[in-house]
Each structure stands twice: as structure tokens, then as C-alpha cells.
Write a protein that binds this ligand. Structure first.
Ligand code: GLC
Length: 525
């Protein structure tokens, strides 16, 4: 075992908080750090080890915090530095670690650097922090290459120079308000290192690195294959991402975090090829990489099994444990993905997948609301949609708002204890009473109660179970594996199957006369 293998995060359950949607303490309809503080007891009782806070730094909020204008301050919408310190201190008192989101690929267009770049002319040092290029074609009227933005439309925007003439173009893989930094510029690294130390000194336990696979761009910014550039997706072989030079950057980030003890770096890595994925978590690079294979997998037994096997193989020979995630703030919630139009079945399936996931070795990420079995909300009226993807895609992609609805805490009508104001930043459905934390806490068979129990069992039964997953069945609709003393069985078929002999330690749904109904998972010891 390597030093990494013994760290606190080795088999952690990390709970992702989307701060806008978690809990609102000042009744403006938007969640904040005071809300996080007020719910630390809930998180402790859930049994998680750490929280990952999506960005809370100063931001004009075009992409809800992923457009950072001052990375070393808290946005007033969420609170202030003292409020962040309080979250850290109280979370630590509860035995919970706190990870922040770092956004190194781009800044906000309201970051002082970008404002300075606009004021300064072409070729100036201020422009050299970003990716400004002259346009192609007559008068430079065409973008420098054919890259599309992940949010739709071109990845380039042309500026007006200080003298009023039409000028250079700048690259933005996301919204125009998120200009990409040039990571070949040493100043860019120095500034990020300062940001990291700023938060690490305050007690932050690590970072999730946004777009970790996109920070380095290929030299000369060559055209990409246009068929690979659809909104909200990037596949392997995409010219915009996973460039080899990124690894050197990550090694340098690792050196910074290694100045501190026991902190962790986790990269957002949309890379499917196991060998290319492995490079991100090789010796001296990131401690952990988000592995999205399971998240991108349809609810089918062979696909689940393949995703698990590939994920395990990818990290073999690296110091990193595998990681698992079924959803996050960028994708539709699993209840809806697993059975569109049939929330009841989708809920059973999501619970079954969660219990399977919790039996796997490594780190499990749990997106806020997933512990309640929240569905995606797909019927938001057009005029409340806020994700820039909706506008940027020319209203062809409704974006990610449906996965970002505020959490229901108690009561029988919106805003269900999320806020004192009924005017929440995204409207909450009228039929979420039964999904609230309060309603589910009172029900021994609820999604939340089962989730809490499963997390506790994971810690009790699987802490020292090693990293091996031993499949007990060949193919077929039942996934069955042994890990340590736990046998995990997930019935993805349409017929009940027998529950193996032994003591039932956890179940994702009700069992019927010793049999495991469809869309149900059980742990037996
Ligand atoms: C990441 C974030 C996503 C954000 C994007 C741009 O993919 O998860 O929410 O929009 O980066 O920062």
C-alpha cells in the first residue's frame, strides 16, 4: 500500500453541495454558507466524511460561480470570509472535511486581469494571460479556429479594441463571460498557487479542480473534428481537451498541496480511455480523478458491469483508489435518467444503484439531493431557466437547471424549509412534500433512511475490505459480487431472484419473502 492508500479520503463518501440549492439562511431565495452551517448536523447524521462545496468565490454568477472574478474572496451572495471560516471550523468540529472548487481553466470576464487585457492592446502582457488571437479571413472576421463552446455556439468572441476598431478574438471553452487562461504563462500558475495557499491556510482540506483535463491547449490551437463538438459534451479525441501538457501543470499543483498535510486534489476529468485517465492520477499528479463511466452508463447490467470493471482497471497500477459518481450538478438526476417518465421505478433503480455503488472500493461522491431520491425537474417554464446553455444553444438544450432545484427540508409546500422566501431562485415542485428530509426521516423505508443506513454499513463493514471486487456471476440481469465479507447483489432484471443465505445488512427497497425484487440491491454477510 502506498502512502495515499492510507489517507482519510481513501474510501470516503464525499457529499457535493451546490450552495445555491442547499439551504438559504438570509431568505433571498438562494442558498448560502449560513445555510450550509445550519445543516452540518444533518450531514454528520448522514454519515458522510467530507463535503465538496461548488464555487463560492466572488463571481458575477453567469455560470453560478464557475465564472470567478476574485478567487480569494467569498461572494456576498453566499456570505463572507468569516462565514467560510465558520463553516470550516464547525465542519471540522463535526469531524467533516471541507473541499472547495477551484476554477483554473478560466476566469470571469469581470476578473481584473481580463478587464486589464481588454484595456491593453494586442501583444501586451495583460493579453498574454488569456488566449487572444487575430481572426482568420478578410479583416480577421472569422474565428481563429473552429472550436465550439461546451455551452453552444463558437468558442471565440471578438473584442472591440480600446481605439474602437474591431480587434482580436479570445477563447472561451464555456460562456463568453468565462475567458480561458493561457497556462503556458507562468504568472497564471503563480496566481493559482497563491489561491490554493490562501484557502489551505484557512483550513480547507482540498480542492476539486474544475475542467482539470482542459487547462492545457494544443500548440497552435488547431481545428477540431466538428462532429465531436456538441453542447455539454466532450468525448475522447476532442482537440479542446486532454492535451498532454496538462500533466505537467497537475504535477505542479500537487507540489503546492504537498506543502500541507493530509489535503487532497480531485480532478474533473471527462476522459474515458482508461490509459489516458490513469495518467491524471499517476504518481505525483492528482490524488483522485472523477471517473464518470458509471454516471454515463445506461441502466443495463452488462453496461454497469463493464463500467465498474473499466473504472477499476483504469486506476490499477496508480496510487489512486477508484471513484464513483452517479450524478452531479451538470447532468440529469439518476432517478429520471434510469426510467424517464416513471419516477417510481426510477427511484427504485436509483436506490439500487446507490447501494451497489456504496459497496465498491474507493471514493463515492454523492450529489446533494441524491440521498433523497430527488428526480430531475424537466418541466421548468422557459422563462425561469438560468443555465447559460439554454440561451447559448439557441433554445435547443434546456441545460442543467432541472438537476439544481433547491432541496426540500420540511413542510408541505414550496419552499419546504429551504428558504424563508417562497421566491426561490428556481421554483420548487408542488409535489415534493413526501421527498423532504423531515418526511423521509420519519419513514424507516424511505430513500433517505436507507441511504443513511447504507453509508453507516459501508463504514462498518467495508472499511478494511481492500480494493478487490470479485464477481460471482457471469452475465445475466443480476450483478453479484463479493467485497470483503459483504456480498452485494443487484437485481436489474424483471423477475425476483433469491436472496443469498446469510444476514441481510442493507437493502435498497423492500424484500419479498426472501426474494430480491427487480430493481433492488441487497448486502448479505
Ligand atoms: C465544469 C463544471 C460546470 C461548469 C464548467 C465551466 O464542468 O462542473 O458546472 O459549467 O465546468 O466552469
Amino acid at each position: 500500500m502506498t502512502a495515499n492508500a492510507r489517507s482519510w479520503w481513501q474510501d470516503a463518501v464525499i457529499y457535493q453541495i451546490y450552495p445555491r440549492s442547499f439551504a438559504d439562511s438570509d431568505d433571498d431565495g438562494i442558498g448560502d454558507l449560513g445555510g450550509v452551517r445550519s445543516r452540518l448536523g444533518y450531514l454528520k447524521a448522514l454519515g458522510i466524511d467530507a463535503v465538496w462545496l461548488c464555487p463560492v468565490m466572488r463571481s458575477p454568477m453567469i455560470d453560478h460561480g464557475y465564472d470567478v472574478s476574485d478567487p480569494r474572496d467569498i461572494d456576498p451572495l453566499f456570505g463572507d470570509l468569516a462565514g467560510m471560516d465558520a463553516v470550516l471550523e464547525e465542519a471540522h468540529d463535526h469531524g467533516l472535511r471541507v473541499l472547495m472548487d477551484l476554477v483554473p481553466n478560466h476566469t470571469s470576464n469581470q476578473h481584473p486581469w481580463f478587464e486589464e487585457a481588454l484595456r491593453s492592446g494586442p501583444g501586451s502582457p495583460a493579453r498574454a494571460r488569456y488566449l487572444f488571437r487575430p481572426g482568420k479571413g478578410e479583416g480577421g472576421a472569422e474565428p481563429p479556429n473552429n472550436w465550439a463552446s461546451i455551452f453552444g455556439g463558437p468558442a471565440w468572441t471578438r473584442i472591440t479594441e480600446p481605439d474602437g476598431s474591431l480587434g482580436e478574438w479570445y477563447l472561451h471553452l464555456f460562456a463568453p463571460e468565462q475567458p480561458d487562461l493561457d497556462w503556458t504563462n507562468p504568472e497564471v500558475f503563480t496566481d493559482l498557487a497563491e489561491t490554493m495557499r490562501f484557502w489551505l491556510d484557512r483550513g480547507v482540506d482540498g480542492f476539486r479542480i474544475d475542467v482539470a483535463h482542459g487547462m492545457a491547449k494544443p500548440e497552435g490551437l488547431p481545428d477540431g473534428d466538428p462532429t465531436t463538438m456538441t453542447p455539454l459534451y466532450n468525448g475522447d479525441g476532442d482537440a479542446r481537451f486532454d492535451h498532454d501538457d496538462v500533466h505537467d501543470l497537475h504535477r505542479r499543483l500537487r507540489d503546492v498541496i504537498d506543502e500541507y498535510e493530509d489535503r487532497v486534489l480531485i480532478g474533473e476529468i471527462w476522459v474515458r480511455d482508461p490509459r489516458r485517465f490513469a495518467r491524471y492520477v499517476s504518481e505525483g499528479e492528482l490524488h483522485l480523478g472523477f471517473n464518470f463511466l458509471l454516471l454515463e452508463t445506461n441502466y443495463r447490467p452488462t453496461e454497469f458491469r463493464t463500467a465498474i470493471d473499466k473504472s477499476l482497471t483504469a486506476v490499477q497500477g496508480t496510487p489512486a483508489p477508484p471513484t464513483w459518481t452517479l450524478s452531479n450538478h451538470d447532468v440529469a438526476r439518476e432517478v429520471t435518467r434510469y426510467s424517464p417518465g416513471d419516477p417510481e421505478r426510477g427511484t427504485l433503480r436509483a436506490a439500487a444503484a446507490l447501494l451497489l455503488e456504496l459497496a465498491l472500493p474507493g471514493v463515492v461522491f454523492l450529489y446533494n439531493g441524491a440521498e433523497l431520491g430527488l428526480p430531475n425537474v424537466d418541466d421548468l417554464p422557459d422563462d425561469v431557466l438560468q443555465d447559460p446553455v439554454w440561451e447559448r444553444s439557441g433554445h435547443t438544450d434546456r441545460g442543467r437547471d432541472g438537476a439544481r432545484i433547491p432541496l426540500p427540508w420540511w413542510g408541505t409546500e414550496p419552499p419546504y424549509g429551504f428558504s424563508g422566501s417562497p421566491d426561490t431562485w428556481l421554483p420548487m415542485p408542488a409535489d415534493w412534500t413526501g421527498l423532504s428530509v423531515q418526511a423521509q426521516s420519519a419513514d424507516p423505508g424511505s430513500f433517505l433512511t436507507r441511504c443513511r443506513h447504507a453509508i453507516r454499513m459501508r463504514h462498518e463493514l467495508l472499511r478494511d475490505a481492500g480494493t478487490d471486487v470479485e464477481w460471482l456471476d457471469g452475465s445475466g440481469p443480476v450483478l453479484r459480487f463479493q467485497r470483503g465479507k459483504v456480498q452485494c447483489v443487484m437485481n436489474m432484471g424483471t423477475e425476483p431472484v433469491a436472496v443469498p443465505e446469510g444476514r441481510i445488512m442493507a437493502a435498497s427497497g423492500p424484500l419479498e419473502d426472501g426474494s430480491l425484487p427487480p430493481d433492488t440491491t441487497v448486502w448479505v454477510v
